[in-house]
Design a protein around this ligand. Sequence first.
Ligand SMILES: [Zn+2]
Length: 318
Amino acid sequence: MVHERIDHRLGHGTDHGLDLESGAPVAISLGRLSDKVWPGPLSANGVGPRLAEVIGRLDDYYVTVDPRAKTRCIDGRHDPELDEAALGPQVPGGAPGSALAYRLGVDKDDLTRGTFTGDAEMMIESYLRLGLSPGGHRDEDAESGDGVGCGAIDGLQSVLDCMTNPMLVEDHKRLVKTILDADFNRDHYLRVMGAGLVLQSRSVGYFHGRGEIIDLLERKAPGSVSMLKGRHQEAFVVVNMVDGTTLSSNRFAADHGGAQAFGYDLWRSRQLVQALFPLPSHQVDRERFIHARVMLTIATLMAITDGSLQVLVRLTDA
Ligand SMILES: [Zn+2]
């Protein structure tokens, strides 16, 4: 049942946009990320416009992706070079951000070996080989600070800490289950969680030098690194399941008094696994990677927000 459903979704050509789906996209509210207080500093309290208005007009801010455009991060801040006619899909941390999901969900190596930088380099090379335009970003403060300015890369250690935090695990599982819906698989969830715990025991070594990956991305794919500006002011998280579409993040913030959205194009992760693991025998790897990617996305939101943001799911009303 679960397998059939994943196959069905993966079978959709992602270059074709909406025409393969029946019905119009709808936005569904899941309420706040949490009723509890998460460890992250970012809060939506006081910055969010009225939820009903955002839901009613969400579709106006979704556009068709340009397959040649660089992959973007879910970061909602302003990108001065963004071209709405050529937007790439949004995933946490951009292309290098997939590397930890690969390590936890799929990699068959010993978890006591390897580094994030090595895994991320392999991921960027895979993107290039498969014709998926990689991308990542810095921010304008990164020059003076320690990190690169991408919370999904700089904060990786706290992301892993959040995912394996016993105080947060119930919230974590609830959200992962809701988002994966019928595709949720308890064994995959527990396996990725266990892999996270094992990796956590040597996370300092594994994540050492992770900031270099953005330089490496720039060298391997010139022009693929964006520079984001301004403050974080995300008040919404939108998980987008509609193939081939993405959030026009600059315009969304401009029209909502500066309130931004984290846009996660979950369809892109499904497209990526189909390209990375194309054979019928790779079914389990595809499912595990998707679990790891969604699990790390929720953990990233735990590490960077206080749980007060509103979550929306955008899907096709079949
Ligand atoms: Zn980022």
